[in-house]
Structures are given as C-alpha cells and as structure tokens.
Design a protein around this ligand. Structure first.
Ligand SMILES: NC(=O)C1=CN([C@@H]2O[C@H](COP(=O)(O)OP(=O)(O)OC[C@H]3O[C@@H](n4cnc5c(N)ncnc54)[C@H](O)[C@@H]3O)[C@@H](O)[C@H]2O)[C@@H](O)CC1
Ligand SMILES: Nc1ncnc2c1ncn2[C@@H]1O[C@H](COP(=O)(O)OP(=O)(O)O)[C@@H](O)[C@H]1O
Length: 292
C-alpha cells in the first residue's frame, strides 16, 4: 500500500495529535533517552536531544559515559543528563518504565561499549530510533539485526543503507535492463520487510516503509525543495524528532512520517544559511503556522 505522507503529515488529524492538551503534565508527553558518545563526541546526541524536546517530548535525557558528563552539563539545561557507562548501567536506567522512547547512533561511536548498548536497547523492547553509528554497528551482525522489533525505526542515509542492506543497495544501483526499474520505494520496502521494522531511507526524496509494505515518500523537491538540509547534523536532529514523537506515543511509522515532514518544513521556514542547530529552533514557528 502506498500513501502520500502529506495526507498524514500536515493534515487535521496530525495537528490534533501534535497539540498538547491543557490538563496534561510532562510525563503525559513521554520521556526520551538519547545515548551519547564520549568526550568531544556529544554534539550529535545533543542535537538529537534538542530536537526531541522541541518536538514535544515531556522529558529528554542524554545518557553519556561518565567522563563526558562535565562537557554535556556545560551544554545542556532543559535536557537532563545521566551517566551511562555501559550496557549494565543502561539496564539500571531503563528500570524507570516512564522512559518510553530511546534514540541512539548520532556521535555514538562503534566500539564494544556502543555495540553492547545497541544490544541493550534492542533487548529492552521499547520504541527506539537507530541512526548513524548504531546502523554501522548493526551492519553485518545477524544477531543484532534479528533483535530488531516492530517499534524500531532505522534512519539510514545511502551510505548507511548500503552497509546495512548491501544486496538491496546493489539492486537499486544496477542499471535497469528492462522496465519497470527497481526503485528506492522497492528498496526501502524490501529493507523494512527484512528488518521487521520501519526504515526511513533519507535523501531529498525520503522514503519511509514498514514491514507490512506500507510506504510513503517525503519529497523535498520543487516547491518543497530544502537543499539547506544537506548540512552536518541535520540527520541527527531528524532522529531526535522521531524519538520525541515516539515518546509522545506516535506509532513508529507515523512518527517517522511526521518527523520527516516537519524536518523539511523547519528547513523551509528557516531557509538559506540553515545549520543543524536551527532546525529544533524552527519547530515553534512551524507549529504556530499549523495552528497548534
Ligand atoms: N555535529 C556533530 O557532532 C556531527 C556528528 N556526526 C556524526 O559523525 C559520525 C559519522 O557520520 P557520517 O554520516 O559521516 O557517517 P559515516 O562516516 O558512517 O558515513 C559517511 C560515508 O558514507 C558515504 N555516503 C554515501 N552516501 C551518503 C549520503 N547520502 N550521506 C552521507 N554520506 C554518504 C560518504 O561518502 C562517507 O564516506 C556519526 O556518528 C554522526 O552522527 C555527523 O552527523 C555530523 C555532525
Ligand atoms: N538536498 C537535500 N534536500 C533535502 N533534504 C536533504 C538533502 N540532503 C540531505 N537531506 C536531508 O538531510 C538529512 C541529512 O542526514 P544525514 O545524511 O544523516 O546527515 P548527518 O549525519 O550529518 O546528520 C536527512 O534527513 C536528509 O534527508
């Protein structure tokens, strides 16, 4: 089944869900935990965390190695901070069942600690977005790939997609000998079916699919062109948007579709000169334009 994301994103049903009810409190809107890498590597996770908070998660915590606490404390205020040395420490933090969405990958690193964190996150079975280094860790690890579940969202760019699904990427890159050609829609649907979760394949034409074959395209072409999104860290913010929407209770497919749509809207609202930091700061204006 193929559907236009604009019919979902930007429509009255989305606006109604994104609005906050007057009698809610912060825990009503969920708690997202974003895992960070070590010292001097925390920028990407902080961008994601800021995105999660601006999109409306009630609470957002960055979990970082103890040696990166000082750096992160100097850079975070509304976003909370928790030392998470390793997978055991993560398990203790996740005893708090109010943490209902997890995000990891941006600036995470790809060593043993990080691979154990990916395993810990997947084992927790909570709504999770896996991006950047988490995808590199997943690539070629059948045990971790098998642990993906239907509340996971994978957000590869084409380099990461090629690492995760090399055979599918090869089919996509091959010149068509006869039509119809194998498309990015076909590739993303096949990847989502194999992974057993939502796959959001980034680019100016972002394709989002779930394991049941539902699929949509978030096009940033023509009047929705947003070339300023091709800037370091913009994908990290997108993963934070998804984590924030998961925390707010959106289903994974819907969270991915709405985040991708809002991401482009934020870039268009800010316009030329955009850097990743500007994306979360553009959310309030986009929400106001939507009448929230
Ligand atoms: N401010 C920050 O702290 C930032 C940190 N970042 C972190 O830096 C680490 C490496 O991220 P990279 O994205 O460079 O990943 P990788 O280094 O894993 O992959 C980049 C490689 O893939 C290739 N590639 C193919 N198609 C591509 C596409 N469509 N977009 C991007 N690269 C493509 C590139 O040519 C490049 O060689 C991640 O942990 C990431 O989160 C980046 O997100 C940038 C901003
Ligand atoms: N030319 C473009 N037009 C529209 N969106 C783009 C363009 N180039 C990149 N993007 C978007 O910007 C984001 C880049 O993410 P990513 O490649 O992961 O970068 P980073 O790792 O630096 O955050 C993705 O959401 C992608 O869809």
């Amino acid at each position: 089944m193929f559907r236009e994301p604009q019919a979902v994103a930007g429509g009255p049903a989305m606006r109604e869900r994104l609005a906050k009810t007057v009698d809610a409190h912060k825990y009503t809107h969920g708690h997202a935990l974003i895992l960070s890498g070590g010292p001097a590597k925390g920028g990407a996770a902080r961008l994601a965390a800021r995105g999660a908070l601006r999109i409306g998660a009630g609470l957002v915590t960055v979990g970082c190695p103890p040696e990166a606490l000082t750096e992160n404390a100097a850079r975070l205020d509304a976003v909370m901070l928790e030392p998470i040395a390793d997978a055991d420490a993560l398990a203790v933090v996740l005893e708090d069942k109010r943490i209902n969405a997890l995000g990891l990958g941006p600036g995470l690193g790809t060593g043993k600690r990080e691979a154990a964190l990916v395993a810990g996150v997947l084992g927790a079975g909570r709504a999770s977005v896996l991006d950047a280094d988490a995808l590199t860790i997943l690539a070629g690890k059948p045990d971790l790939l098998a642990a993906l579940h239907d509340t996971c969202v994978l957000t590869p760019h084409s380099g990461e997609f090629g690492r995760l699904f090399p055979d599918i990427a090869e089919k996509l890159a091959a010149p068509a000998a006869k039509g119809p050609a194998y498309s990015k829609v076909d590739a993303t649907r096949e990847a989502a079916k194999r992974a057993g979760c939502v796959v959001l394949y980034k680019g100016p034409d972002t394709v989002i699919a779930d394991s049941d074959g539902r699929c949509s395209i978030n096009s940033a072409h023509y009047e929705r062109a947003a070339p300023w999104l091709a800037t370091a860290g913009s994908g990290d913010v997108l993963s934070g948007f998804i984590a924030g929407l998961l925390a707010r209770g959106f289903a994974p497919m819907q969270a991915a579709e709405i985040a991708a749509w809002l991401h482009v809207e934020c870039a268009r609202r800010f316009g030329p000169g955009l850097i990743a930091e500007d994306l979360p700061e553009a959310v309030p204006a986009v929400f106001r334009d939507l009448g929230l």
